[in-house]
Design a protein around this ligand. Sequence first.
Ligand code: ADP
Ligand code: MG
Length: 288
Amino acid sequence: SMPVTVPCQDDWDGQYRTGKTLGSGTYAIVKEAIHIETGKYYACKVINKKLMEGREHMVRNEISVLKKISSGHRNIVTLHDYFETAHNLYLCFDLCTGGELFDRICAKGNYYEADAADLVRTIFLAVKYIHDSGIVHRDLKPENLLFRTQAEDADIMIADFGLSRVMDEEKLTMLTEICGTPGYMAPEIFKKTGHGKPVDVWAMGVVTYFLLAGYTPFDRDSQQLEMEAIIAGDYKFEPKEYWANVSETAKDFVAQCLTIDPRSRPTAAEVLQHKWLADKEPHFVPDP
Ligand code: ADP
Ligand code: MG
């Protein structure tokens, strides 16, 4: 997707001064912003209204979702401020200075299994909190998982609720719009058979695979082939050399998350009971 350029404004609402660009997605650019009065730093998501034409509901939705869960979970970015100008919408979040999980995986090659299990457990505890609040994130992927600081042991934070929906209890299982990012999308999204909370568990299965191996399970030469592989649940723990240091318990965990039928897929609460996350001892012990 093309990065969005937002008209330069140095004085948002007279309250913030902007700094460097932190990232950009389909509809938004995220900039470091300093709140002039308090000197505090935030990450401000600037959304150009023109590019949002007809899709403003997506942003209003993001705001309502974030408000709903703003009571706070340590591993979810907090929305601190929201305002609009003629051209833009502004959402000010906690500033995460540690970068995306995506970049840490790329820098490391892959994660040690015990470290991966710690991260996945923390993320799933936050996902359970989100699900218990009646919300589906729908866009969990390493680009939307950020580290609070640059420290090695920094908190992992869930960001980007732009595609999530406050779930109407009645319609819980019947969200049929195509959304999300192909590589992390669950089979039921492509099959248009309705989807809800289980899509987040699937996406976390893909994230976990990526953490352990350093590459994603459904990478194919075209989006069509990728989609077919996802629908068929066609992935392997191969090439073998990338999986030599990974326990059977970890592979079983990934396989559980990547259950094709969403009704048989474990819930966030259930995956937290899986041996891989429930035991704190390492499952893979390297040869001395
Ligand atoms: P989009 O909906 O366009 O994907 P995101 O909310 O995911 O927007 O933000 C895009 C990128 O900006 C993220 O992938 C991340 O690199 C950066 N970013 C977003 N929120 C923050 C934050 N709170 N702190 C630091 N960087 C952030
Ligand atoms: Mg994003």
